[in-house]
Design a protein around this ligand. Structure first.
Ligand code: AMP
Length: 943
């Protein structure tokens, strides 16, 4: 029955007493035995809210009654102290209840999860009746069932034990008793025990399962024959993933989900692309034949490619997006979360009902890579939550060549890390497709109801080696002897259906033939694929494509409006008491807005945000301490000294303004930066900023810079306008926290992939941030942002500088010098400029000009040439930097400067003034720092 038909019937139940009675009867029946009602109704009832909170107009008295019963049962299930019972029977009764609990907790350890049957696990002692002093003689004695959901309040010990074994020790291993919330634990008990871990599926559902398995197997066979020995990281052994994904999509679609973002590594990816996303097999074949994708300079291998499509579900059209993925396995998980959060923000989907993240993991990486833990940790935080992720582990029991358990982890399961956030975990034997289907339904329903992460551990195997060119028996001899004998999941399932006479052998063969024919004809093989997708479901990126990075855009802003916004930011709610130093900052800002005080960094940056919001651009900022700013210059979030409430002036500029989101992030760099990358690649209209507490904190996120930020556009055609603020400056604070490792970013720069800027005035950061959004170009922006410079008396601007002007890639000499007298030109970036300026002023030198290069990449050769042009009598040109010679901009940028210098005058030779090469970024002694600093300034004036 279609959902809509059921819905109509349900609705009409309120009009006609007859229908209502029928539906309630069905529901009653379902409560006692879910298998007794037709599957469509079962699905419907399963999705009904169980806490009564959202349920006001359906047969809810029944639901309420049911939960009263549930609670009652639970109370009964409380262990009774042995001393308080008298009769022998009552003592045994207590033991029976303890045994029930033991099965719920440890039944999974006796479950048959390994399709290869090679696991040798001791059965926990407390699953045997004799552990409780019970014997075979007690098997026919009747006991109360406590909270066991088997449809009766009393049953024989035999019935109870059998029900427990069936529920917890067949092909599903459920781990949920680590969840502290008792309502959630009851929810799982009810769902699992009431069907004894195995609902009955209709022949239609079984046929569909078989069809999906046939597709999964068929594609690998086809590719194996057509392209033997070519790497494809096949899914063989884990084919159940395809029906699993199908169910997640269809079921969440029926809940009203509109978008699903999937992240996965290479294993099985081609299969998912063709059989889940409906990628045209012909396009895949082209990739096997090495055809280049137009418009990408690098491109990527086929098993890293992302894809998008729309599919139809019972709840309407759903947009699917598969994230592009590098080889660094788990790093895509936080990227997916960020992309999902951006979509949820766009839809104002506060609960996470409309957009669902799915993360597909490998067993070894899930257990091994720390970013998994970081991603779990963010799952319920304000700034990063997405309403729960469905995690699927393709557990093929081998991490490349590392065998299970001995070397790859310290826990029994690869999924134990998920317990850190109390996520329920379902281990399921991949060779039991119906069990896989059932746990998938549970996972989706749980996620939709509780908005928390859930894990499906699909225990399967890898029929071939790590890839198709690899021979696995060399390292896993026994496992591969078994695999050689193992029949495929599809074969086993087809056989079970034919022997149960629900499907004929001809029907099974027809499915195989149909699939093969479709591939031969290069046809789409996803029946639910929408051929003309509804484009409203996703963002249109066309306005951001095809712009030259040199195109100039106006970042000026009307002075009067700027002042109005500035005043608005100072309006603080009645009774809100700000801290004394913060009050002083606000007082100064008031003066700056009135033109009575020169503008500092904090003010200019705040006004960049205010003006962008005014122009309709949302802003999202995250990072450790981003609200205050590590160096206490920002104070974008004010804290009431009376009651610790917070107030964000930028959220209160005007009614209906775009979102201004600011979150102090939890203490992670890798996952948070990856999240923001995912966010920025999904939301082009926003200013998205990640700030490192100190620039070198970005080290912990290096993989995100290397694999995504610097190369995503050229590998995958994915634009990204993410801005990263990395405090940088040599201030005698030691090897850590001095350097944002500028050299690393510059070394990654090529093909105009990103921007690296070192602004030195408040007006520069203002125009730079505005340029980042106003220009339709979307390129990552790395800003080496200041520390002491935030308060430097010379690092100031005027209101007019904000209202007029633009970001200057090169800032010419500011003092009035006679160009003809200038014989030495010092080029520099960042804070050292002010040291050089003060020295020159102190020495009253007229022959030295100092020019700041504020954008190191793309290097502004033309702008520099223009600035140098008046200096016709140059004898020396020097690059001065604070960083050691092997760091900073020297090695990566000197060729640009040389080119401009020799074009200016053939004999000009670029000299270096800076620290000697050094293994550490900076020295640890203040006196040594001061000496080095003095020397490099002196060198700039003399070399
Ligand atoms: P998605 O919702 O991620 O599936 O994206 C839908 C479509 O938007 C993709 O097929 C691309 O054409 C385009 N698109 C999405 N993200 C980007 C991006 N970061 N840069 C350029 N185009 C994008």
């Amino acid at each position: 029955m279609q959902e809509s038909v059921m819905q109509r019937m349900w609705d009409s139940a309120h009009l006609s007493g007859g229908n209502a009675a029928y539906v309630e009867e069905l529901y009653e029946l379902y409560l006692h035995d879910p298998n007794a009602v037709p599957e469509e109704w079962r699905t419907y009832f399963q999705k009904l809210p169980s806490d009564g909170s959202a349920a006001t107009d359906v047969s809810h008295s029944t639901i309420r009654d049911h939960f009263v019963l549930l609670a009652k049962n639970q109370r009964r299930a409380q262990p009774v102290s042995a001393g308080s019972v008298s009769s022998e029977h009552e003592k045994k009764q207590v033991e029976v209840l303890r045994m029930i609990q033991a099965y719920r907790m440890r039944g999974h350890q006796a479950a048959k999860l390994d399709p290869l049957g090679l696991w040798q696990r001791p059965v926990p002692a407390d699953l045997a009746i004799n552990h409780y002093g019970l014997t075979d003689a007690d098997l026919d004695t009747t006991f109360r069932t406590g909270g066991l959901f088997i449809g009766k309040e009393e049953a024989t010990l035999r019935e109870i034990r059998d029900a427990l074994q069936q529920t917890y020790c067949r092909t599903i291993g459920a781990e949920f008793t680590h969840i502290v919330d008792s309502e959630q634990r009851s929810w799982f008990q009810q769902r699992l025990e009431s069907v004894r871990g195995r609902p009955q599926f209709s022949p239609e559902v079984q046929g569909h399962l078989l069809e999906r398995l046939t597709a999964a197997e068929g594609l690998e066979k086809y590719l194996g024959t057509k392209y033997p020995g070519t790497k494809r990281f096949g899914l063989e052994g884990g084919e159940s993933l395809i029906p699993l994904l199908d169910e997640v999509i269809q079921r969440s679609g029926s809940y009203g989900t509109k978008e699903i973002v999937i992240g996965m590594a290479h294993r099985g990816r081609l299969n998912v692309l063709v059989n889940t996303f409906g990628k045209n097999p012909r396009d895949l074949f082209d990739e096997f034949e090495g055809k280049k994708v137009e418009g990408l300079s690098s491109g990527d291998v086929k098993y890293h490619q992302g894809f998008s499509s729309n599919v139809m579900t019972a709840g309407g059209e759903v947009h699917l997006a598969l994230a592009f993925n590098p080889s660094h396995l788990e790093i895509v998980s936080p990227v997916v979360e960020g992309s999902v959060r951006a979509r949820q923000d766009r839809r104002n989907d506060l609960s996470g009902d409309k957009v669902l993240p799915i993360s597909i993991h490998g067993d070894a990486a899930f257990a091994g890579q720390g970013v998994v833990m970081e991603t779990f940790q963010m799952s319920q935080t304000r700034g990063f939550k997405t309403g729960g992720t469905i995690h699927i582990v393709i557990n093929n029991q081998v991490g490349f060549t590392t065998s299970r358990a001995e070397d790859s982890r310290s826990t029994e399961y690869c999924t134990d890390v998920a317990k850190m956030i109390q996520a329920p975990i379902f281990h399921v034997n991949g060779d039991d497709p119906e069990a896989v289907l059932f746990v998938t339904q549970l996972a989706v329903d749980y996620r939709m109801q509780y908005k928390r992460d859930v894990v499906i551990d699909l225990v399967c195997y890898r029929r071939r080696g790590h890839n198709e060119a690899d021979e696995p028996s060399g390292t896993q001899p026994l496992m591969y002897q078994q695999i050689a004998k193992q029949r495929t999941t599809r074969e086993l399932y087809a056989e079970s259906l034919t022997s149960a006479v629900s499907h004929s052998a001809d029907e099974v063969q027809a499915k195989i033939d149909d699939y093969r024919t479709a591939l031969d004809n290069g046809q789409h093989v996803v029946k639910s694929l929408v051929k003309e997708p509804n484009k409203e479901l996703f963002v249109d990126w066309r306005p951001y494509l095809g712009h030259a990075w040199t195109a100039r855009h106006d970042t000026r802003f009307d002075l009067k409006t700027l002042q109005d916004l500035s005043n608005k930011l100072l309006e603080i709610p009645e009774g809100f008491v700000v801290q004394r130093q913060v009050a002083k900052i606000l007082e100064d800002r008031q003066k700056m807005g009135a033109g009575a005080l020169p503008i500092n960094w904090g003010y200019a940056e705040t006004m960049a945000y205010a003006t962008l919001l005014f122009e309709g651009h949302p802003i999202r900022m995250t990072g450790q301490d981003i609200g205050r700013g590590t160096f206490s210059h920002r104070h974008a979030a004010l804290h009431n000294q009376k009651d610790a409430s917070t107030y964000l002036p930028l959220q209160n500029l005007y009614a209906g303004q775009p979102k201004f989101d600011l979150y102090d992030s939890f203490l992670s760099e890798e996952a948070v930066l990856a999240f923001e990358y995912g966010y920025a690649t999904t939301q082009p209209n926003a200013l998205v900023i990640w700030e490192a507490q100190f620039g070198d904190f970005a080290n912990g996120a290096q993989v995100v810079f290397d694999q995504f930020i610097s190369s995503g556009e050229h590998k995958w055609g994915r634009l990204c306008g993410l801005t990263m603020l990395l405090p940088h400056g040599y201030e005698g604070q030691g090897p850590e926290h001095s350097s944002a490792r500028l050299e690393r970013f510059l070394q990654l720069c090529a093909e105009h992939n990103m921007q690296v800027c070192v602004p030195t005035t408040p007006a520069q950061i203002y125009h730079l941030l505005r340029r980042q959004v106003i220009r339709p170009l979307r390129k990552p922006l790395v800003v080496l942002s200041p520390k002491s410079l935030l308060r430097h008396k010379l690092a100031i601007s005027t209101l007019e500088d904000l209202a007029e002007g633009s970001f200057q890639t090169v800032i010419p000499e500011l003092d009035t010098l006679d160009p003809k007298k200038v014989e030495r030109l010092i080029l520099c970036s960042g804070k050292v400029y002010y040291d050089l300026l003060e020295k020159r002023r102190a020495e009253e030198r007229q022959d030295i000009a100092i020019v700041r290069i504020e954008q190191l990449y793309p290097f502004p050769e033309d702008d520099l040439a223009e600035v140098m042009a008046p200096y016709k009598n140059l004898k020396h040109i020097v690059w001065c930097q604070e960083e050691p010679m092997n760091q900073g901009a020297w090695y990566c940028s000197q060729h640009h400067m040389r080119r401009v210098a020799t074009a200016h005058k053939k004999t000009l030779f670029l000299e270096y003034a800076g620290r000697e090469g050094s293994a550490a970024p900076a020295c640890g002694y203040a006196s040594m720092h001061a000496e080095q600093q003095e020397k490099l300034l002196q060198d700039a004036f003399t070399v």
